[in-house]
Design a protein around this ligand. Structure first.
Ligand code: 3PG
Ligand code: MN
Ligand code: MN
Length: 584
């Protein structure tokens, strides 16, 4: 069976790997072990805008207060997770990659930086492929992606550099289809980024390249859907995604490709300002689609046969669906009306199993010998579960961007289908259901290793709604209690940690840390991740009493988690993994 997913995979393991793991000297193999990732759950200043602190999460708090030597924080951002610098906040992709792989891997953002800096990008096959389009009419070069400095899915400075590089190499016509962010950066910052974009395009125009914004919209409403919902995977050797909110992608197709949207303007600044004024209920994340038109009302940049198209996002999960719409002849998710024959290229290859897209500008990170492969090869029976929004996190990202199971005989993957609404409307999300199936898996006595992700802190955190975040965090706390009680019952071991911060700070702040206020005196919400380190707690009746955190790794990061949980599963970790956090 073919496996479908998102992100680049198809990693060929090195030929001669000794997959055998030595037994841990004091921790017994076969003790049921729970690893719970609290998505978007940082350890941050305890004030009124720390949603976790305000929610009074008693169970999780008790892990810290009750066993200080078995609780610590770890770094979850910047160079600790393979991002270019410590000015980069963490995110789910890089966090789960690090925890699954036990190593710090240079991630997409850095790989693109290097390829641009060295100009290797311009000498590779992907770039030659798009270049072929420029010298025959119409020959327009289109760029589609997220316009911000978030550094999670894309970075505007990379697009600016790339556009410059294209113009210098003979490109005469550029059209940008830009998505407003407000999720990996401040809400309302779209104006700033599009102003910068319009200025850069003007410079290109002066240099003889006709460069303009052609369409746009908010990332959560236009184009960037993610994770097609999966079915239960118990019986299949395949992470299988079936239903997504294709309406989001269809709106993008209509605006970017067909040049159709209810909102038409003559430039992007006018578009964003007018839409935000006319629809005060909207924001950068959910901005309706718009199209830029000329003085006759005709769209300035629909995508035509013979054009070249680059998606400039490096992260895969939210551009796989659009890539399918461009690349697949047989495509039934929505009516494309017109399917232009274009030279289509991703910033990276987003799915290595699907070879999607076929052409790309930069090779994706190579993530070899992940913990999951070692563990299944040593007979560890694994149960991985989350809800749709984070299901790929505990499977695909965890396994080094591999779409399928590592070993059908040793793994069960279960997805709980997420609600389809802004998550401040249903902040409990599916935490209770995840806890219930995890509890069953723990009590079953069948599984050695139960791995879950609770999405609430992150998904509700991104809405900027502090009230909803309180419910989200309290729900997570209850879910953790259900699972810890089950671990207690079976004499097991647990590790509770997180992938990056989010709910731990719900206010934008000045340099001194004081919350910023709008003109009406309301605190301006923070919708993005935070730079906070994340908690890591271990315990459970199965953990020998002398085991605790060592104190000689104060700046350890998420990649150190891997050797640690391999120990908790009763094994020594591979020698080249980042060191364990434990002493015994
Ligand atoms: O895609 C998203 O929702 C955000 O850009 C990042 O959130 P995540 O890294 O937690 O998925
Ligand atoms: Mn996350
Ligand atoms: Mn997030």
């Amino acid at each position: 069976m073919r496996c479908c997913g998102f992100g680049a995979t198809n990693v060929v393991e090195p030929a001669k790997v000794d997959w055998r793991l030595l037994r841990h000297p004091v921790i017994k193999r076969g003790t049921p072990f729970l690893l719970c990732v609290l998505d978007g759950w940082g350890e941050n200043v305890e004030d009124d805008y720390n949603g976790i602190y305000k929610a009074q999460v008693r169970t999780i708090r008790a892990l810290k207060d009750g066993a200080p030597k078995r609780w610590r924080t770890i770094r979850a951002h910047g160079t600790a997770v393979g991002l270019p610098s410590d000015d980069d906040m963490g995110n789910s992709e890089v966090g789960h990659n690090a925890m699954g792989a036990g190593k710090i891997i240079e991630q997409g953002a850095g790989l693109v930086d290097t390829a641009l800096r060295s100009e290797k990008l311009y000498n590779d096959k992907g770039f030659s492929y798009i270049k072929e389009a420029w010298f025959n009419a119409p020959g327009t070069q289109h760029f589609i992606g997220l316009i911000s400095d978030g550094g999670v899915h894309s970075r505007y400075d990379q697009l600016a550099e790339l556009m410059k590089g294209c113009a210098q190499r003979g490109c005469k016509k550029i059209r940008v289809h830009g998505l407003t962010d407000g999720r990996d950066c401040a809400e309302g910052s779209s104006i700033k980024f599009f102003t910068e974009l319009e200025k850069d395009l003007e410079v290109l125009c002066k240099q003889g390249c006709d460069a303009r914004v052609a369409s746009g919209g908010g990332r959560m409403y236009v184009t960037m859907d993610r994770y097609e919902a999966a079915r239960n995977l118990n019986t299949s050797n395949c992470v299988h995604f079936e239903e997504a909110d294709w309406k989001i992608v269809e709106r993008g197709w209509q605006a970017h490709v067909l040049g159709e949207a209810p909102n038409k303007f003559t430039n992007s600044i006018e578009a964003i300002e007018t839409i935000r004024k006319k629809h005060p209920e909207t924001n950068d994340q959910y901005m309706p689609p718009f199209v830029i038109v000329d003085k006759n009302g005709a769209p300035v940049g629909p995508i035509q046969d013979g054009d070249a198209v680059v998606i400039f996002n490096f992260r895969a999960d939210r551009v796989v669906e659009l890539s399918k719409a461009f690349e697949y002849e047989d495509f039934k998710k929505f009516d494309r009306k017109r399917w232009p024959k274009v030279k289509f290229v991703g910033m990276m290859q987003y799915d290595g199993d699907l070879k999607l897209p076929k052409h790309y500008l930069v090779s994706p990170p190579l993530i070899e010998r992940v913990s999951g492969t070692y563990l299944v090869k040593n007979g560890v029976r694994t149960f991985a579960c989350s809800e749709t929004q984070k299901f790929g996190h505990v499977t695909f990202f965890w396994n080094g961007n591999r779409s399928g199971k590592l070993d059908h005989n040793f793994e069960t993957y279960q997805e709980i289908v997420s609600d389809n609404c802004p998550f401040n409307e249903k902040p409990k999300m599916k935490a209770e259901q995840i806890a219930k199936v995890a509890k069953e898996a723990i009590l079953s006595g069948y599984y050695d290793y139960i791995r879950v992700n609770l999405a609430n802190g992150d998904m509700v955190g991104h809405t900027g709604d502090l009230g909803a975040v309180l419910t989200a965090c309290a729900t997570v706390d209850k879910a953790v209690k259900v699972m810890l009680d089950a671990i207690e019952k079976v004499g097991g071991i647990y590790m509770i940690t997180a992938d990056h911060g989010n709910a731990d700070d719900m206010a934008q702040r000045d340099k001194k840390g004081k919350p910023l206020k709008d003109t009406e005196g309301n605190v301006i919400p923070l919708t993005s991740h935070t730079f906070a380190p994340v908690p890591c707690a271990i315990g459970g009746p199965g953990l020998p009493p002398q085991v605790e955190f060592r104190s000689d790794l104060p700046s350890a990061g998420l990649a150190n988690v891997t050797a640690t949980y391999m120990n908790l599963l009763g094994f020594e970790a591979p020698a080249d993994y980042e060191p364990t956090l434990l002493k015994w």
